[in-house]
Write a protein that binds this ligand. Sequence first.
Ligand SMILES: Cc1cc2nc3c(=O)[nH]c(=O)nc-3n(C[C@H](O)[C@H](O)[C@H](O)COP(=O)(O)OP(=O)(O)OC[C@H]3O[C@@H](n4cnc5c(N)ncnc54)[C@H](O)[C@@H]3O)c2cc1C
Length: 447
Amino acid sequence: MPLKKGKLAGWGNYPVAESYILTPRSENDSRDALKDGPVIARGLGRSYGDQAVNENRNVVLCTHLNYFIAWDDTTGVLECQAGASLDEIISVFAPKGWFPMICPGTKFVTLGGAIANDIHGKAHHTDGSFVNCVLSFTILLADGSIVTASRTENADLFWANFGGLGLLGIILTVKMQLRKIETTYFRQKSVRIKNLDHMLAALEEYDHTYNYSVAWIDALAKGSKLGSGVLTLGNGAALHELPEKLRQEPLKLHRSGKLSVPFFLPGFALNGLTVRILNKVIAFVQNSPKAFVHYDKFFFPLDAINNWNKGYGKRGFVQYQFVIPEENGKRHLTEILNMIADSGCMPFLNVFKKMGDGQGILSFPFRGYTLAIDFPVTPQLLAFTPKLDAKVLEYGGRLYLGKDALLDEKTFKAMYPRYTEWLAVKRKYDPQNKFSSDISRRLGLES
Ligand SMILES: Cc1cc2nc3c(=O)[nH]c(=O)nc-3n(C[C@H](O)[C@H](O)[C@H](O)COP(=O)(O)OP(=O)(O)OC[C@H]3O[C@@H](n4cnc5c(N)ncnc54)[C@H](O)[C@@H]3O)c2cc1C
């Protein structure tokens, strides 16, 4: 299989590293890919940092391994190759009345990527993370064998892969449960939030009546407005609830995005003023939604603009996402939001939500509050994030590895104390570190 040399990065375009890319089109090709030294699998490159990057080493691009294998229309169980994306699954199965159970903020993720980061969506407090829709998968291991992993077969391998960053093998096929739907629309409500007290109370109040909830927070607001924003809530719409016009085509599909950011915007396009203006625009748009909204707008609003990541310029950006426990949540969030507002870094697109209990060994979620913030990469940011990491750790929290690009090994290990359990599984299945990546070397996730 030909090796193609090229620059690779995650969605944040930071860091960028030269890697050798292999593109298998069969299981045999994937096995061949293991012959040429350490490799890491890559899906659609939507993790933000160095998860699917392997400097001067090999990256196995799995997006051509995307065939559907079996479908049961009575149970909603789908078996397909792990390079299939949620976009491809939705395109085929939404018109039949079935939808992925767990959706992140973009539909351009592969099943392999969804497992490797054990992704979560707006309904984590009710549905949990991606592991909850996976029945089993097959995986190509370092010794070239292909095994099945499920809750009852190679269970250690199964659990270690959720949040395992592709470091245990190449996931080849996945058997997953889809959810039955009557329509592809959501009943939506939005609540203008005055401050953090109001935000936490509203989440508490509505989480029992709405499956989906997510808030946008103005991370530059301070004092009595700290924590202000807009909370968006929703439930899947039943057919009888839809207005007459939407009932004509209740299982309508998305169209591909028409807008695009064609090149990297210059760095000076982002400054305090543009952030403030954007915050006002977001607050206005979020606060005036329609009562019924299509899934593409509800789950994946950012997909409307192709390559929006280029808007942050060539230096790239980091999405900093942490979760902290509910206990003392208000006091800790106040401290963290003040640190961010005072940092001089420019927080964009700040997403806040509540999480339910977590599961996989290295899975990110646990019961608490999570905040995700996009920061353009600047020298100031690189000096600031270690202080923020220390604060998150002090408050019993941790960072989402699927978005991380900067965390150091010591802080990571303190944030994820079950890493030793994970390393025992790594040693069992990949003692020679056949699977490695820039993040595995940065965080010490090696046998
Ligand atoms: C706009 C946007 C919104 C997002 N919203 C959310 C959100 O709400 N919740 C959330 O949890 N995440 C979210 N994400 C992150 C995204 O869901 C994850 O990073 C996901 O893992 C990306 O999948 P991918 O196919 O692009 O994988 P990549 O980014 O290409 O790879 C991610 C990891 O998966 C591994 N991997 C990929 N394929 C395989 C395979 N076949 N076998 C083994 N390992 C494999 C890679 O080695 C790597 O470690 C968002 C990302 C974007 C850009």
